[in-house]
Design a protein. Sequence first.
Length: 154
Amino acid sequence: MWASVLLLATNLIWILAVALNLLGPLGFLTAGALAWVAFTLDLPGAVLLGAAYGRLRWEAGSARSILRMAIFWGFVGWAALSAYWRFALPLVTGTDVQDLLQGLLGANPDALILARSAWPSMLQIFGVWIAAAGLFFLVHILIAVDYRRSSGTE
């Protein structure tokens, strides 16, 4: 249940962040601050969702048990890759993802200089981001397979 609450909250925060990006900040609430909250909340949400599949492993037969364990480790791997490209890699450049992406979009000339000087790190961020997205897609395929297999028996 908490996984769903965190992931739903993350989506609602992203919607609010987009609205604030268009309308402007509301007091202390800015689009950038809300984006960081959403960036942080979806990680434990995904890990908790993976833990739910890990728990189902104990209640299932051996074939689904392996599949559900793969789903669990897929969510954990996605959270680790996402934390790596969101927080660890930008620390190497001495900044954060928001500044680097604003630089690439041309929103901030100083950030553009930073993004250009940190280009190898930017390529690594994009590579890990794409790998995390691919893993997330694969995990959802595994969930669909598990659902089809278990719909008649559970």
